[in-house]
Design a protein around this ligand. Structure first.
Ligand code: PMP
Length: 457
């Protein structure tokens, strides 16, 4: 049953319009800044910033810890945290200190010489994720792109397999979904270089038969996946699924690349450590830099040795792997401070307890009204969906998306001081988030739902 079954659409639309009008009224400075921004493509510095529940984005003024203020002077509890880029909280003191030291005392922001600190960053990532050889990028997208190239090179196979409705950044190979006729381009994809079926194969998350069928073609260099989908709502792996993926990738000679960019919320070593996974490659980005651009990929020793032993591969100059500013001294310093002093075991324990509290607050509302909705937690991340049981594949998750309902809840919350991840109903806890922050969400969510269901609820 989907949630839409219990929601009266006319009432929802009327409430959404009311909240959007209040949003416009409350935020004249943001509205004016947006109206003036005609030197920007789509009026924003990056097109995704047009993903807004009202008709213009809020403009940032300041951000500290788990809180953000906009240019109209409103303060928000930020459960979006830059869609995970600020999982460590906004400007955590150790990162600020490390960045300031690098910028002001040492200098050297774009020198293309290594710092000794990079070994410490690599060793910390190795200890957490269990893979011994690391390389750095500035984004998770690039970590994935480079991992894909290395996988193709070492296996001499052309295709990459991903899960339907996955997200791994603007990686061409990943923009494929399942369809009755087989793999198909993800709707709305912009400027695909070639038909995605030339480069990619696709299987549903939690579907080992589908995976085995695709891998049996023998042309898959690597499976690139999140250990739980997090970009189409949270879709958790069913018991035995991830073990099955590892078994099948080994059987068919495909590498396994685990993208921990979001699932890092599962613990200090992401889901890889929390669930004892054995990937050939881990990719990550966003949170590890504490807000400073940083990404990384880790390789097994065997894979690293095979790659370094291949004299035909140009890993040093024009091989299509690497970037001018990648591994720069500033992002390395930020990674060391973030991992060493902010996203620690203790911080994760705090974040997980808060996420449990958040989940319980949402579950209470769903239970009280017997709504056909569900709430799912992955470590420090919680998501509510308008379906019960929770979707078990990306395609199922995409099918229960309800834009108006999302927009209503997001606008209602924003008008009262809460920011959710704009892409769906996702909340992430940071080390700076408090119980009071979570309880504010629980109260406002209960109010928004009661209002939506009306006096008969
Ligand atoms: N991998 C995953 C799992 C992600 O969620 C994202 C971004 N949402 C990326 C990669 C890409 O990150 P970036 O846009 O910072 O390159």
């Amino acid at each position: 049953v989907t949630g839409a079954a219990r929601v009266e659409r006319d009432r929802l639309r009327a409430l959404l319009e009311r909240e959007q009008a209040a949003f416009a009224e409350r935020n004249p400075r943001s509205a004016a800044a947006y109206a003036e921004a005609d030197s920007l493509f789509g009026r924003v510095p990056m097109t995704w910033m047009n993903k807004t529940c009202a008709h213009f984005p809020l403009y940032l003024d300041t951000a500290r810890g788990a809180h953000v203020t906009d240019v109209d002077g409103h303060e928000y509890v930020d459960f979006s945290l830059g869609d995970t880029g600020s999982m460590a909280g906004h400007s955590p003191a150790p990162v600020v200190e490390a960045v300031r030291h690098r910028v002001e005392q040492l200098g050297g922001l774009a020198v293309m010489l290594p710092t000794a600190q990079a070994q410490a960053a690599g060793a910390e990532l190795a200890a957490r994720f269990g893979l011994p050889r690391w390389s750095f990028s500035l984004t998770a997208t690039d970590a994935n792109r480079w991992a894909i190239r290395l996988a193709r090179a070492v296996t001499d196979r052309s295709k990459i397999l991903v899960n339907s409705y996955c997200y791994h950044g603007s990686v061409d190979e990943s923009l494929i979904v399942t369809s009755p006729e087989g793999g198909a381009p993800r709707p709305g994809n912009v400027g695909a270089p070639v038909a995605v079926t030339e480069t990619s194969r696709v299987a549903e998350f939690n579907d080992l038969d589908g995976l085995a069928r695709e891998l049996a073609h023998g042309d898959v260099a690597a499976v690139l996946m999140e250990p739980a989908l997090t970009n189409i709502g949270i879709v958790l792996p069913e018991p035995g699924y991830l073990e099955g993926v590892r078994e099948l990738t080994r059987r068919y000679g495909s590498l396994l690349i685990i993208d921990e960019t979001h699932t890092f919320c599962a613990g200090v070593g992401g889901a890889t450590r929390a669930w004892g996974l054995e990937p050939d490659v881990v990719t990550i980005g966003k949170a590890i830099g504490g807000g400073i651009p940083a990404g990384a990929y880790g390789l097994s020793a065997e894979l690293a040795d095979r790659l370094l032993g291949r004299e035909d591969l140009d890993l040093i100059d024009m091989g299509g792997v690497g970037g001018t500013l990648a591994g720069n001294a500033l992002s390395i310093a930020a990674v060391c401070a973030t991992l060493g002093e902010v996203l620690t075991e203790e911080a994760f324990a705090h974040m997980h307890a808060l996420a449990e509290r958040f989940e319980a607050g949402v579950a209470r509302v769903i239970g009280t009204h017997r709504l056909p909705w569900s709430v799912t937690r992955l470590g420090a991340r919680v998501e509510y969906r308008f379906a019960d049981p929770a979707p078990r594949t990306g395609t199922e998750a995409a099918a229960v998306h309800d834009q108006e309902l999302d927009d209503y809840l997001h606008t209602y919350l924003a008008n009262r001081g809460i920011l959710m991840t704009p892409f769906h109903n996702m909340a992430l806890m940071s080390p700076a988030t408090t119980e009071a922050d979570v309880d504010l969400h629980s109260r406002l969510f209960a109010e928004a739902v009661a209002l939506l269901l009306g006096p008969d609820a």
